[in-house]
Design a protein around this ligand. Structure first.
Ligand code: 5GP
Ligand code: ZN
Length: 123
C-alpha cells in the first residue's frame, strides 16, 4: 500500500490522531498552516472529492470536520478546505478535508490578479 493516508489509517505510519469514527479519521497536518490544522480523511481510499458519490460517507466526512472543530474549541470560527486534483492544489491523492482555525484566517483566496493567468476553461 503506497498511499500515505491509507497507511496512517492502517496504523502503519504515525499521526497525531484527534478524532475517529467508523468512516473517518482525523489527525494533525504535519505542516500546519494555522494553530489548528487537522486533516479529516475517509478510511476507504478515494482519490479526491471529485470521486465522492457515497452520500452517507459525505455526511460522515462533514460531521467529522464539525466534531474536530468542537473538540479543538474553535468557537471563534474555522475554515474547511477540500483541495481536489491539479488545479485545486491537491498533493495527497486520498480524499481529505482540512480543518483550520485558532487565528483569524483572512480572505478565502488570494486575489486572482496575484495568480498566474488562467488557461481557458470550458465546463
Ligand atoms: P492537499 O494539498 O493534498 O490538500 O494537502 C495534503 C496535506 O497533507 C498537506 O497539508 C501536508 O502537509 C499533509 N501531509 C502530507 N504528508 C503527511 C503526513 O505524512 N502526515 C501528516 N500528518 N500530514 C501530511
Ligand atoms: Zn489512500
Amino acid at each position: 500500500m503506497s498511499c500515505i493516508f491509507c497507511r496512517i489509517v492502517a496504523g502503519e505510519l504515525p499521526a497525531a490522531r484527534v478524532h475517529e469514527d467508523a468512516d473517518v479519521l482525523a489527525f494533525r497536518d504535519i505542516h500546519p498552516q494555522a494553530p489548528v490544522h487537522v486533516l479529516v480523511v475517509t478510511k476507504v481510499h478515494l482519490a479526491s472529492l471529485h470521486e465522492l458519490e457515497d452520500l452517507p460517507l459525505a455526511g460522515a466526512l462533514l460531521l467529522g470536520a464539525a466534531e474536530v472543530a468542537r473538540k479543538e474549541r474553535l468557537e471563534q470560527g474555522w475554515r474547511l478546505i477540500a483541495n481536489a486534483r491539479t488545479h485545486g492544489g491537491q498533493e495527497v491523492d486520498h480524499l481529505h478535508l482540512h480543518v483550520l482555525g485558532g487565528r483569524p484566517l483572512g480572505r478565502m483566496l488570494a486575489p486572482a490578479k496575484s495568480l498566474p493567468p488562467p488557461k481557458s476553461h470550458t465546463p
